[in-house]
Design a protein around this ligand. Structure first.
Ligand code: SAH
Length: 218
């Protein structure tokens, strides 16, 4: 697969649609326009890549809905100097978007097979600056902490303390949280050690944020 004018046209339409739905950060819209979402999917889904919907990827997971990716990115508000951790690499699409907007992007996935496949794909697409990690995102990445921002792209039933610990003071954690299938998008700001403020930003659906890993460390 490659990226053609036809794909760019479809991407333009999707980006315009997202702009009508409240995505108004120009840098986020530019990144959405730039990253070819169809290249993060199996060829079978090429025609659907620019519809505003979630689609299946390997290991029984899904690539997030484009609006969800746009919304989470806008809420995280990445800055060019930021060091960011994404939890839930999945297809790598959200990681690619973030990598255009920050200084250093780390992304962690619990499914070994998906981690291997996506790390390879990101490299092949030229995203060599993204650092892919295999592990349990509940533990974050003590090795590369602290982070300016952390984005969780799976639905959590609780806020993992390690993620809060690995934020810099002034840093933010964006995480969908709730006890049912539908999660509330939370933006948590670390005001000081052990002092946090939380904002709620509406309801979203996600695949579950599960503890532990599937497969062996490589
Ligand atoms: N950001 C992804 C979304 C994929 S869906 C994308 O753009 O495609 C969420 C992903 O989170 C899945 O791949 C799932 O395996 C992963 N995940 C769930 N729990 C996790 C955990 N504890 N640690 C790391 N990844 C996790």
């Amino acid at each position: 697969m490659n990226d053609t004018y036809r794909h760019k046209g479809m991407r333009q339409k999707l980006t315009e649609l997202l702009a009508t739905k409240g995505i108004n950060n120009q840098k986020v819209l530019s990144a959405l326009m730039y990253v070819p979402r169809h290249l993060f999917l199996d060829t079978a889904f090429e025609e659907q890549a620019y519809k505003n919907k979630a689609l299946p990827i390997a290991s029984g997971q899904t690539i997030s809905h484009p609006y969800t990716v746009a919304f989470q990115t806008q809420l995280l508000d990445p800055q060019p100097t930021d060091k960011i951790l994404e939890v839930g690499t999945g297809s790598g699409y959200q990681a690619a978007i973030l990598s255009h907007l920050c200084n250093k992007l780390y992304t962690i996935e619990r499914h070994e097979a998906l981690y291997v496949e996506t790390a390879r794909k990101l490299n092949a697409l030229g995203y060599i600056q993204i650092r892919s990690l295999f592990g349990d995102g509940y533990k974050g990445s003590p090795r590369f902490a602290p982070f300016d921002k952390i984005l969780v792209t799976a639905g959590a039933h609780m806020i993992p303390q390690p993620l809060l610990d690995q934020l810099k003071i002034g840093g933010t954690l964006v995480i969908p949280k709730g006890s049912s299938h539908t999660k509330t998008m939370l933006k948590i700001t670390k005001e000081a050690e052990q002092k946090y403020s939380t904002e709620s930003h509406g309801a979203f659906q996600f695949v579950p944020f599960l503890e532990g890993t599937v497969g062996q460390a490589v």
